[in-house]
Design a protein around this ligand. Structure first.
Ligand code: GDP
Length: 450
């Protein structure tokens, strides 16, 4: 079975790549390739033309790659044609005409998995790499692709297996007085495994942020400078990655990158336009959005009195991770310093959107809020995948059950079930024990051509 796909993004581009994998990929290519093929053709770029009988399709470079040392572990061919929709499509259609079938989404990576070249968490990392929005999320996926998650999980699985083996030995040969681990040793191992899982699970918060961005909502009365802030931040960060259409009619969302950390800025712009006086600051309507926020930025205009509406905003800030901006410091102020006390622990930054004062401090604060503490971004392994998080949690809970049983002096043979369950949840992450359904589901999320 030989399958093929256009592996480059559709659209205008210099070149396009058609990729083929399977037993007949060499034969198909030989039939449509006009150019010389030397004896040592493996992994060489060969110049020539793709032809369909007498018709010339495109001028190309072709690369034959002999399995099993290929991405899929099968024989593979990549044809580099001219870019643009027409040229690549014509080459692709020719390949299909001569016997390849269209690849299913993710089939190249699935074949690599089934061929045993990569495990499931690595395969999923391929998908995350393709959709990574910033440098840091790219790195997190890359370390997963390199097998770091699998290696960590294997360590935990090995501890569990070792415990299981010991427990089974004591059950099977009770009179032998085997030098198996005693209860204390078992508990010690168990705690190590639990701690390792805890670290992985807690990294998911960072993982979520890398994947989706820090959802940041800007709050403030009309005219305090919210739009100016949005513009200033957007202007400073040239690396705007995507525009996300607002999830609700009233908000504008922009994904920006602050030093490689994705920040999803939500401007409650539409809310501000409400006519109703009571709803003017849109507190009620903003609440839904606030619930989903990871960070609130409250803005206050220091040229105005700190009034009831400002107070309401302040009380919203107190419920979440927040930063307060006292804006318009370029203008005259008679802000009462007593008001500052009401902000309690909320960091206050004095800003001027007009003179672009305080923006660096804002970025610094955001970074410190989310990335302080034990997680060193570049070194540690970060869970970015929800399926993994769910399975890690399940394994973790099973181990907590075991711990509980130990503490209640439950006979060790009862612990086997939970230990086995924990082990199999972990095995599902690496794909050592997954059903075909799950595999198909995971790979169907892939882009074509991967
Ligand atoms: P929003 O209604 O909260 O989005 O506020 P805008 O960003 O539209 O700003 C309202 C007005 O205040 C505009 O005329 C801005 O130019 C002005 N403004 C915003 N920030 C500053 C600042 O730091 N200093 C001064 N002098 N004016 C500002």
């Amino acid at each position: 079975m030989t399958f093929a796909a256009i592996s480059t993004a559709i659209g205008e581009s210099g070149i396009g790549i058609v990729r083929m994998s399977g037993d007949s990929s060499f034969e198909i290519t030989r039939r449509i390739f006009k150019g010389s093929i030397p004896d040592d053709y493996n992994r060489k770029m060969l110049y020539g033309k793709i032809i369909d009988g007498n018709e010339e399709i495109d001028e190309v470079l072709v690369c034959f790659m002999e399995g099993p040392k290929t991405y899929t572990t099968e024989d593979m061919v990549e044809i580099f044609s001219h870019g643009g929709i027409v040229a690549v499509r014509r080459v692709f259609e020719t390949v299909l005409k001569y016997g390849a079938r269209i690849a299913e989404p993710g089939e190249f990576t699935k074949t690599a998995f089934l061929g045993g070249r990569i495990d499931l968490s690595q395969a999923e990392a391929v998908q995350d790499l393709i959709s990574a929005k910033t440098d840091k999320s790219f790195k997190a996926s890359l370390s997963q692709l390199e097998g770091k998650l699998s290696a960590e999980i294997k360590k935990i699985s090995d501890i569990i297996l070792e415990m299981l083996a010991n427990i089974e030995a004591t059950i099977d040969y009770p009179e032998e007085d085997l030098q198996a681990m005693n209860i204390n040793e078992l508990i010690e191992r168990l705690n190590i495994a639990i701690n390792m899982l805890e670290t992985l699970i807690s990294s998911e918060t960072v993982g979520k942020i890398l994947r989706d961005g820090i959802t940041t909502v800007i709050l403030g009365k009309p005219n305090v400078g919210k739009s100016s802030l949005m513009n200033a931040i957007l202007g400073e960060n040239r690396s705007i990655v995507t525009d996300i259409p607002g999830t609700t009619r009233d908000t504008i969302e922009e994904l920006i990158s602050i030093d490689g950390i994705p920040v999803k800025l939500v401007d409650t712009a539409g809310i501000r336009e409400t006519k109703d006086e009571v709803e003017k600051i849109g507190v009620d309507r903003a609440k839904g959005i606030i619930n989903e926020a990871d960070l609130l930025i409250g803005m206050f205009d220091i040229t105005k009195n700190f009034d009831k509406e400002d107070k309401e905003i302040l009380s919203l800030l107190q419920e979440k991770k927040s930063i307060a901006l006292l804006n318009k410091i370029d203008l005259k102020t008679d802000y009462d310093s007593n008001i500052m006390k009401e902000f309690e622990d909320i960091p206050i930054i004095k800003t001027s959107m007009k003179e672009e004062i305080g923006l660096d401090e804002l970025s610094k604060n955001i970074k410190e809020m989310f990335f302080s503490g034990k997680l060193e971004l570049d070194q540690s392994l970060i869970i970015t995948n929800l399926r993994h998080k769910d399975l890690l949690n399940k394994a973790y809970n099973e181990l907590l059950n075991v711990k509980n049983d130990f503490e209640n002096n439950i006979p060790v043979d009862f612990l086997q079930v939970d230990l086995r369950a924990a082990w199999s949840y972990l095995a599902e992450i690496t794909g050592d024990a997954v059903s075909e359904d799950i595999i198909n589901k995971i790979f169907s999320d892939f882009c074509l051509g991967k």
